[in-house]
Design a protein around this ligand. Sequence first.
Ligand code: IPE
Length: 259
Amino acid sequence: MILIKLGGSVITDKSEYRKFNKDTVSRLADEIRRSGQEVIIVHGAGSFGHVVSKQFNLQRGYEGDSQIPAMARVMCDTRELSSMVIEELLARDIPAVSVPIGSCFVADKGQLIIENEEPLRRLVDLGVMPVMFGDVITDRSTRFSIVSGDQVMEHLCRMFNPSKVIFVSDIDGLYDRNPKTDKAARMIGTVTKKKMDEIAMESDVDDVTGGGRNKMEAMLRMTDEHRPCYLVNGNAPNRLYSLLKGETVTCTVAKGGLQ
Ligand code: IPE
């Protein structure tokens, strides 16, 4: 099984509130289906989550009642995004079901807690793909918190022990500087813990879950000596397909764990 995160930067336009990149998601769904691989998908929230979350400081947890309607708004928007992703998968005969994290799980201090894995395991046993996503969720300490799709990936990685993990983003791979604003930026083919520490990475769009460096750390945490984790550009047609088929493509591969 292969675990894939479709980043919010590729499935939405992060600079425009609630803009879904339908054509891109449709193509990526097709690439997944054509690969014939057994896959589980997590997706980010993109402009369906970050815009309102930032406006109302939802990443800080509960600070006042004025945040509550915003929390409900974000949860409505992320569900709508997820439904649109599911529609594209169903259109390719991939039986996928949206599983909002807050529907059966809770968080504590921003950390997702999955005490009952049974619903997820049963879906997978049935041959149904559970699709989870970054979202606002109730929290035992901060009353609510934002949990990123990357965190969900880590849980699913522990639960399902995938052979590879793939992050689909809007860049070719990891760079030593921001490739969108700095022409001197160079792509890094292989990331290890040592290399990671040397990289000063910035994200060019503010987001409430920490940007590129956190995502790379999360990637490394999901690797071990047998399992690589890739960052690949989903805007380049067939790159995800080739990676799923085990071919060599332009991407960054993380290896060797975080130790
Ligand atoms: C963010 O999830 C969740 C919210 C802001 C509600 P992610 O961190 O996984 O989303 P992307 O991939 O960065 O858009």
